[in-house]
Design a protein around this ligand. Structure first.
Ligand SMILES: [Zn+2]
Length: 128
């Protein structure tokens, strides 16, 4: 087993604090079969650089530094939630990437929809 250097472990800890939402990119584990793209929440990073993740529906399994990989989900700057769907472009400046739910909200605001109409449409989208 080849453990990463201390600086690398510290960098991994900084990049993946507890509670970070991640998506699985690849896992080299013959005993567990977690599909690529499965989402999870970081529980901790240990001193070997392994990221311990609670995978949604698959229990806890670590991402071993240098062998497995995951990516952080982007955080929507508007609502502060992690999202996994393709981002929407904010109408406010045409360059900020926001979650699709906020994108829909902005579009409805721009169209002059009432708060009731907005809530109704968002509910309809979520239940699809
Ligand atoms: Zn959002």
């Amino acid at each position: 087993m080849n453990f990463p250097r201390r600086e690398i472990v510290d960098a991994v800890k900084k990049e993946y604090p507890k509670g970070t939402r991640v998506a699985l990119v690849s896992m080299d584990d013959p005993y567990r079969d977690i599909p690529e793209g499965t989402l999870g929440t970081v529980k901790s990073v240990d001193d070997t650089g392994t990221i311990h993740v609670a995978w949604d529906g698959y229990g806890e399994l670590g991402i071993v530094y240098g062998e497995d990989s995951c990516r952080k989900l982007p955080i929507c700057p508007k609502c502060g939630k992690a999202y996994n769907e393709p981002p929407a472009l904010s109408r406010a400046d045409n360059k900020t990437q926001i979650c699709s739910e906020c994108g829909t909200l902005e579009a409805l605001e721009a169209a002059g929809a009432s708060p009731e109409t907005k809530a109704e449409i968002l509910d309809a989208i979520k239940s699809v």
